[in-house]
Design a protein around this ligand. Structure first.
Ligand code: PHB
Length: 387
């Protein structure tokens, strides 16, 4: 063989080898990594990286690469621009993340246009999954986690409620579902307020609630500082001393903020799909692995949304043999079921939303930590927000 023939053979072989090696599988994540929800966005990134570390970085022969973009929180134009960058410049195969509802709404049309699967790992307004056939969600919906606390209130002597909810998608969903379940069961909503999404001053709303003398206040605010400020105001204005109970979705008492809330959070009853204190072998392993990988950071519902989102991606890719074509990928996720750290879950084939247990919990001191201790559950809850 001449030198030239040898070189030609070598070139051909190298080309064959590289074409047999499938291209990297790029997952473009849009998350709030600065601004008021930065700690929560980081938790989705952390848990995705933990999942990859635990399960290997190659699925169906394709190497998984995460490309992460910051959308700063409630900033739909930034979310959209970041998703466009991911699709056009980075040529990602999948979109994922989405902490806040406005971000998911802004990107949904791009998923449809480009037929790119979009895995929503937190944003929780019910209608999000109706905005594109390529959306699947591994977190929750607000109606899903709200209905059980209304039922619990009815069964526990609460007859009148003042409702307070953040004035955007998830708050509207929580308010509507609470009212529907509570009034259908014979309860009465004696007042309702919607609070500004950014930097709300809760004082006037707390005063109105106190003056209307309800048995309980129901609250939805997005996880983070708002819950801390609300609980503080609730005690300072003496709503607790007036015998008014505080009930909420678990966004308010997420593990990130329990330490900052301190003892005033003790006894608060919430309903939610995930607690760090959930008693199962899967959760114990998850909590141990997460806290070892990220010391000082407590796993919460954002981490489990991200972790399960990666699980869904890995399992779907195994089924499609690495194909990320929108229709093939979505067919693979519909009806998928697995054991999550939160308990058993499945993807509703009709809505692409997650079906899961919703737990009733009470904030208690467990060792050195405040925890959401689960004491009751409603099994296999489908999103009641889809009519
Ligand atoms: C949302 O914007 O959809 C959202 C954000 C924080 C939460 C729940 C829902 O705690």
């Amino acid at each position: 063989m001449s030198k030239l023939q040898q070189l030609a053979l070598f070139t051909l072989t190298a080309a064959a080898v590289s074409s047999a090696q499938a291209a990297d599988l790029k997952i473009g994540m849009v998350l709030p990594l600065s601004g008021p929800f930065a700690a929560h966005g980081a938790q989705i990134e952390n848990s995705a990286r933990l999942y990859i570390k635990e399960h290997g970085d190659t699925v169906a022969g394709r190497k998984i690469v995460l490309i992460i973009k910051d959308d700063t929180g409630i900033a739909p134009t930034i979310s959209k621009r970041q998703a466009q960058n991911l699709l056009i410049q980075d040529k990602v195969d999948l979109l994922a993340g989405f902490g806040m509802t406005p971000s998911a709404f802004a990107v949904a049309p791009l998923a449809t246009e480009t037929q790119t699967p979009m895995i929503v790992m937190n944003a929780a307004t019910s209608s999000i999954t109706t905005k594109s056939p390529y959306i699947v969600r591994t977190s929750m919906t607000l109606p899903q986690v709200t209905a059980p606390i209304a039922t619990w209130a009815l069964a526990n002597g609460i007859k009148t409620v003042y409702s307070i909810a953040a004035d955007y998608g998830p708050g509207h969903d929580a308010e509507t579902q609470f009212k529907e379940t509570f009034t259908q069961g014979g309860g009465k909503i004696i007042g309702a307020s919607r609070t500004p999404v950014n930097n709300p001053d809760f004082a006037p709303f707390l005063q109105k609630a106190k003056d209307s003398k309800p048995d309980a206040v129901f609250l939805f605010v997005p996880a983070g500082e708002q819950g801390v400020a609300f609980v503080k105001g609730f005690r300072e204005r003496g709503l607790d001393k007036a015998g008014i109970q505080l009930i909420a979705t678990g966004d308010m008492t997420d593990e990130n903020v329990l330490a900052a809330m301190g003892d005033p959070a003790l006894g608060v009853i919430t309903s939610f799909h995930y607690s760090e204190a959930h008693d199962s072998p899967e959760n114990k392993a998850f909590v141990a692995a997460y806290t070892q990988a990220y010391p000082g950071d407590r796993p919460n519902f954002w981490t489990v949304g991200g972790y399960d989102g990666m699980h869904l991606i890995y399992e779907a890719l195994k089924k499609t043999h690495g194909d990320t074509n929108g229709d093939a990928f979505m067919a693979a996720v519909k009806g998928m079921s697995w054991m999550s750290p939160r308990g058993p879950v499945s993807i509703d084939p009709a809505t692409r939303d997650i079906i899961q247990n919703v737990y009733i919990r009470k904030v208690e001191r467990v060792g050195d930590l405040l925890q959401n201790v689960e004491f009751d559950k409603v099994a296999d809850v489908k999103d009641p927000g889809k009519k």
